[in-house]
Design a protein around this ligand. Structure first.
Ligand code: ZN
Length: 239
């Protein structure tokens, strides 16, 4: 560690302030690739390339009635959560260890796995309650939405984003500890749309993981009730 700091100080003469801070952080909190443990990145180029061969999951709720997500039209999940331990670890790092820096990994995965076939009117992240957002420091779905928007923009798409008008009105207990039925109860009428009418709008809702679909479905309900004609959802992984 001492040696590490000494190197930082020597190098700092030739580095920008931002570079020095980054170097100090890397020395104090080294990071490792979730796939192969190489130091210096959460996911190295080689491991990212392996993910690109993954086949995404698509569920059309119109034709797949046994899923109860009645307000959602279609689900796209980049990964099967249980099948990919590396992805589980990345998502865990992202949510619970406050790694906003993973944004470039998501950007890369969206670029390579999502088809960007349709232009949506709006990308909307599933909101956190303001208190939860303060506790976590950021809303993971917002970070994902911005990473995705980058992919749309690179393709010259007119798809927009709204990260402020879908709100969570109650501070609910963590869904992770609840059963399917209790999740639904916990979320009933928890979301509200405070923006303009969504008449005829097509929307892509963004979240990290699809488990029972209760959160995304409740969000979609609010958007449909305000006039939206189609609500699809995109998640990193389906549990
Ligand atoms: Zn790796």
């Amino acid at each position: 560690m001492i040696n590490g700091w000494y190197q930082v100080l020597i190098k700092s003469k030739f580095m920008s302030l931002e570079g020095v801070i980054r170097k100090m952080k890397d020395t104090l909190f080294p990071i490792f690739c979730v796939g192969c443990n190489v130091e210096g990145t959460f996911c190295c180029r080689e491991c990212l390339n392996k993910f690109k061969a993954n086949k995404i999951i698509e569920i059309d709720f119109e034709t797949n009635k046994q899923e109860r997500a009645v307000y959602l039209d279609k689900l796209t999940a980049l990964f099967n959560y249980k099948k990919y331990e590396d992805i589980q670890e990345l998502i865990h790092l992202f949510k619970y260890e406050y790694c906003e820096e993973l944004s470039s990994v998501w950007q890369e995965l969206y670029q390579n796995l999502f088809d960007f076939k349709f232009d949506y009117d709006l990308i909307i992240p599933v909101p956190l309650h303001s208190r939860r957002k303060r506790e976590r420091g950021f809303n993971q779905s917002e970070v994902l939405s911005l990473a995705l928007l980058d992919g749309f923009k690179k393709r010259g798409s007119r798809t927009g984003i709204n990260i402020k008008d879908l709100k969570r009105t109650r501070y609910t207990s963590q869904q992770i500890h609840l059963s399917g039925k209790d999740r639904e109860k916990n979320l009933k009428d928890v979301f509200v749309w405070v923006g303009d009418s969504l008449e005829e709008k097509t929307i892509l809702l963004i979240d990290d993981v699809y488990t029972t679909g209760a959160t995304l479905n409740e969000s979609a309900k609010v958007l449909k009730n305000r006039g939206s004609k189609r609500v699809d959802c995109l998640v990193l992984a389906k549990d």
